[in-house]
Design a protein around this ligand. Structure first.
Ligand SMILES: Nc1ncnc2c1ncn2[C@@H]1O[C@H](COP(=O)(O)OP(=O)(O)O)[C@@H](O)[C@H]1O
Ligand SMILES: O=P(O)(O)OC[C@H]1O[C@](O)(COP(=O)(O)O)[C@@H](O)[C@@H]1O
Length: 318
């Protein structure tokens, strides 16, 4: 596979977060708990996607809204990683999301805040930046929850703008933002099973229910649909193929950012012109490498390459 840089990818995060990960030998609800160690990561969905793309050696730019008061945490990181920073600074501080890791059980509990508020002029400025970036970058990732006050159809509008510039949009959001966003028919989406259930509005108890939901989304005009299934892997589908992809065994350190890593692997594969099968293999290896890292750090390219042969891909009958 030729790993030359062919396209710059842009990720948009409207609601970034400083992830504070607290590790406990064992966490007891309702009792005094002493923190074993702490990690602080500049994070949020699109920023995590960018970290992973960057660690794979692909050119990436980031944009969205950052709170002015603690923007330096992000700015220093982007500078150190040579990630092109097009974030707009708005009043206030970016949220701090706390992740509680119980090392005995491996369970992670997440406490996510609603996030920052922005004003109408901030939104206009962001639209202008997106249009400028779309002149030269053709792969966009729109990720994460919406900050307070954002209209539910904001990703729909961004997708429509980006499609008018011939850009491919990978949309990874949830709830009403996903329901509205898919109306603009993004190129690809990556809900997890809970997000898919919410989207279709009913339970998905059997494999056939999930396949039917995927079918409906693809026939509705979305080119690639990826349903992430946690440690079980993912269902990766386009108009002709349905792939059940199972991850290699890794020692789990933090599953926070696993979904973002999967998205990063998919977009990386797209930028490299990979087939759906290769894209699914890379995305799954990239996600497994990220799960083996603490906090939301990206796995190394070398680790990803070693995991690639251990990804199991089964073609399902359509
Ligand atoms: N324990 C694990 N071991 C290896 N890979 C994992 C593990 N948990 C998750 N993954 C990978 O990360 C991907 C995304 O995880 P998932 O939890 O479904 O996403 P999200 O964070 O969006 O809910 C999965 O499709 C899988 O490839
Ligand atoms: O934008 P949301 O949905 O509030 O999620 C933000 C949180 O999700 C993360 O991006 C991790 O997401 P995933 O585990 O789904 O990959 C964290 O870094 C961040 O704190």
């Amino acid at each position: 596979m030729n790993k030359q840089k062919r396209a710059r990818i842009v990720t948009i995060t409207l609601n970034p977060a400083v992830d504070q990960t607290l590790y406990f030998t064992q966490f007891h609800v309702g009792q005094v708990n002493r923190v074993g160690r702490e990690r602080i990561d500049p994070a949020g969905k699109g920023i995590n996607v960018a970290k992973v793309i960057n660690s794979l050696g692909q050119d990436v730019a980031v944009s969205g809204f950052l709170g002015r008061e603690n923007a330096n945490i992000f700015e220093q990181f982007f500078q150190a990683q040579a990630i092109a920073n097009h974030f707009i600074k708005v009043n206030g501080a970016t949220r701090v999301n706390t992740k509680i890791v119980d090392e005995a059980s491996g369970q992670v509990s997440e406490i996510n805040f609603p996030g920052i508020h922005y004003g109408p002029s901030d939104l206009q400025e962001l639209k202008n930046i997106i249009k400028q970036l779309a002149e030269e970058s053709k792969l966009f990732v729109l990720s994460g929850s919406l900050p307070g006050g954002a209209p539910l159809d904001i990703f729909r509008e961004f997708t429509e703008i980006l499609k008018s510039y011939d850009c491919k949009v990978f949309l990874d959001t949830s709830g009403g933002a996903l329901t509205e966003g898919i109306k603009a028919k993004p190129y690809a989406i990556k809900p997890n099973l809970d997000e898919l259930k919410q989207l279709v509005g009913h339970s998905l108890d059997q494999e056939i229910d999930v396949l039917n939901a995927v079918e409906t989304l693809i026939s509705g005009g979305i080119t690639k649909v990826v349903i992430s299934l946690g440690e079980k892997g993912a269902l990766v589908a386009d108009g002709t193929q349905r792939l059940l992809v199972r991850p290699p065994n890794v020692k789990v350190s933090s599953t926070v950012g696993a979904g973002d890593a999967l998205v990063a692997g998919l977009v990386y594969g797209e930028a490299q012109g990979m087939s759906l099968t290769e894209q699914a293999r890379w995305a799954t290896a990239v996600a497994a490498a990220s799960v083996a890292q603490q906090g939301t750090q990206a796995g190394k390219l070398n680790d990803v390459e070693q995991l690639l042969p251990n990804v199991i891909i089964e073609e399902m009958r359509v």
